[in-house]
Structures are given as C-alpha cells and as structure tokens.
Design a protein around this ligand. Structure first.
Ligand code: CTP
Length: 398
C-alpha cells in the first residue's frame, strides 16, 4: 500500500491519455496522493477539469503560470512528490527527457526533480521501433529512469504491435514496486522463463514441458525487492508476474533478440528451458501426407546459446549472470562443468532425475554453484527457492 506517498502524474498528449484518468482513480484507491500535470497536447485528449476532479487536486498546465509560481515553483513541485510518473510517455517527451530539454512545464519538472521517475511509453509501433526511440530509451535507462510497458496489441491508429500503453493495474504495480524501497530499487534484472516453441510448419512445433513456474517466481521475488524486471518469456502455462515488463516470444532465436534488446541490465537470470535446436527446414505451409507412407525428415540446426552469449559479452555484460542446469546424475560435477563451459557466474542446479518429483512439481531441491564452490540448499517450495535466490542476487548487486 501507499503510506500516503505522493505521485506527480505527467500526462502527455496521446490517445492513451484517456487511461490516465482511470490511473488517477486506481492510485487514489490505493491511498496515493496524485497531482496531475497536463501538457498542452494532453488537453486535446482529456480535460484539466476531469483530471482535477478525479485527483481532488489542482492540475498544473503551464510553466509561466505566475499564480502557480507564487503558490509553488516548478522546482518545488517536482520535488514535493515521492515519484514522478509519465503516463502516457510519448516519443516526443521521451526524446526531450533523454536530451535534457526543459522547454515546457513537463520537461522542466522532469529535469528539476531529484525523485525517481517512471515512464509508461505509448506510441505507434513504428515510432516505438524507430532507432531514435530505441536510443532514447537506452539513454533513459542508463539515467536510471524506470519504465513499464509498452505492451503488444491493437492500437487506436489501426496498427498492431508494441506501443500500447501498459494497462492501469500494471502501472499501479510498477508504481508500488518503484516506491517499495528494497535492496534492488533502481536495479534492472533480466529474467528468461518458460519453454520455447520451435516451428515445424505454421501449425506444428517442437516444445518442452517447462511451465515457467520457477522463472516467474524468481521474477516476482526480484520485483518484491524493488528491482525493475524485464521478463522474457516463451509460451508458459503460468501467467507472468504483475509489475514486470513482459516480452513474449516463441522461439529461441526470438528470445535471444529480446534478451539483447532489453540490455543493459545489472543482472540476468536465465531460467528458460530453451530448445537446443530448431527445425532448419521448417515448412512455410502446413505439411501434408503425400500418400507414399514416407515420414518427412527434419533437419535440425543448433539454436544460439543465450546464456553463453550473455556471459561472454565483452561490453555491456550484466554484472551477474545466473544460469540453470537440470541434471539427472552427478549433479554437482555436471553443473560445475556447465558453469565453466557457459562462462556464467552462478549455476542453479537441480536434480530432475525420476523420483525427485521436481519436474512439474511445486518443490525444488537446488545446489548453487559459484566460483567458491557448491552449496546445497534444502528441499523448498519453488517460491522459497526464488526468494532465497533473489536475496543472494541483492546481496551481490544491490
Ligand atoms: N540456455 C540458453 N540458451 C540455450 C540453451 C540453454 O540460454 N540455447 C540456458 C538455460 O536458460 C539454462 C542453461 O542454459 O540457464 C542450461 O541449459 P541446458 O539446456 O541445461 O544446457 P546445455 O548447454 O543444453 O547442456 P546439456 O543439454 O548438455 O545438459
């Protein structure tokens, strides 16, 4: 809950601004005080009166409003809040923030503040994917600006893709995570989770039985310690944790792209069960029986090893890279060799031999392999394993 914390909510001009009114309501329900700031473009989408009525607060609109300056200067306004939230954050405002403009009230407040800032980007998919926006986002992340979303979906402009503002409950969860000062506040952790699906043709694929439960629990535990979490997930059977930035992928190759696009990160936890191979001769159309009785021959090609690639990055390597190893025998010896082979810092090894009950179960018995040696943990619930691992990560990078 909020403990009466104050949010300065900057609403920029985009169609998603209509959701910001609901955001004000939900934040107030959770006990936050909300002071809205509207850019001139935002006023084309929502009225200052509705924002003010829902927030039960004065709405700030203009840098040169002398009455406002007499009541509260922009410096003071930018610091009276515990957190600045920009929702929606347009491509234009993100560019201004990245390059230090102070040309209007919103950008001036963002320059003058000494408080954490959370942005919820919203824009057309092409604008989101534009190299300039990617560059600006990277600069903002390097400056410690937190972000939530955008998500994939249909857009008001008729296109489909990434660029839709995160839904209100996700923004509220990100606000709460940003304000829950934990040991990982201000840290960015990348988590991979779930299985991958490797297509055979447009309707068939090769997969594995990973549910994504352990990766999801780890992401939730990291969020609870205040981390910003980029959660790159294959088609898992458990829902992603609220508050994480979720990037959904299907194949190992897509997972690799998503992981590298989410860098820089302070730590990476590769909990995904990535397929080792994809079908090199996957068919573009649904394969049919040809009546000959002959089965098609699949040609397999090796997938990129995301963990090994991350671990060996020369520039931009996360400070801590954690991998997983599912072993059926000689757990410690095999996992220790895997740690060396992949070049990661830690390996969380688990015994998945028949009778261990780990695969598909709710408990896990792991051994943490580090440079110092092997540390056997007792048999614990997967949530508890996640909590302990998150604490160890916090002790290392927090
Ligand atoms: N991993 C990865 N990319 C791959 C394969 C695996 O990032 N293409 C990561 C997993 O997320 C996990 C770790 O590597 O953290 C262990 O994967 P595993 O499949 O057990 O290792 P392999 O190298 O395939 O070794 P083996 O199958 O011989 O046990």
């Amino acid at each position: 809950m909020s403990n009466g914390k104050r949010i300065l909510l900057i609403i920029a001009g985009g169609i998603a601004a209509f959701k910001s009114l609901d955001l004000i309501r939900r934040l107030r329900e959770r006990g936050f005080g909300v002071t809205p700031v509207l850019t001139p473009a935002a006023e084309q989408f929502v009225t200052p009166l509705s924002a003010s009525a829902l927030a039960a607060s004065k709405v700030y609109r203009d840098l040169f409003d002398l009455t406002d300056e007499a009541e509260m200067g922009h410096i003071e306004l930018s610091r009276a809040a515990d957190l600045l939230v920009v929702a929606p954050a347009t491509a234009d405002l993100m560019a201004k923030m990245a390059h230090g403009h102070a040309s209007d009230l919103a950008s001036t407040l963002l320059m003058a503040t000494d408080k954490p800032v959370l942005i919820a980007p919203a824009m057309n998919v092409r604008m989101w994917e534009h190299p300039a926006t990617r560059r600006n986002l990277r600069l903002l992340q390097e400056d410690g600006i937190l972000s939530v979303g955008p998500v994939e979906g249909a857009m008001a402009c008729g296109e489909f893709g990434f660029g839709r503002m995160a839904e209100v409950p996700e923004i509220v969860a990100a606000v709460e995570a940003a304000l829950s000062a934990g040991p990982l506040t201000g840290r960015h952790v990348l988590v991979t989770s779930g299985p991958t699906h490797e297509p055979i043709d447009p309707v068939r694929y090769i997969a594995n039985r990973s549910s994504g439960a352990q990766g999801t629990a780890i992401a939730a535990a990291l969020l609870a310690l205040g981390a910003r979490v980029s959660f790159v997930t294959g088609p898992a059977s458990v829902p992603p944790p609220p508050g994480a930035e979720v990037i959904r992928v299907e194949t190992a190759r897509q997972m690799r792209e998503a992981v590298f696009a989410a860098l820089p990160a302070d730590a990476a936890v590769c909990a995904a069960a990535v397929a080792d191979w994809h079908v090199a001769n996957a068919a573009g159309r649904k394969m049919k029986k040809d009546g000959s009785g002959r089965a098609p021959a699949f040609e397999l090609a090796e997938n990129p090893d995301i963990l090994a690639e991350l671990s060996r990055l020369e520039t931009g390597r996360p400070g801590l890279v954690v991998g997983f190893a599912a072993e059926t025998d000689d757990v410690v010896a095999n996992a220790t060799a895997k740690r060396a082979r992949k070049g990661c810092d830690w390996i969380v090894a688990n015994d998945v031999s028949e009778g261990s009950g780990v695969m598909g179960g709710t408990e896990n018995e792991v051994t943490l392999i580090t440079a110092e040696g092997a540390e056997a943990w007792p048999r614990l619930g997967k949530g508890e394993v996640a909590r302990l691992l998150a604490e160890r990560i916090a002790a290392r990078i927090g």
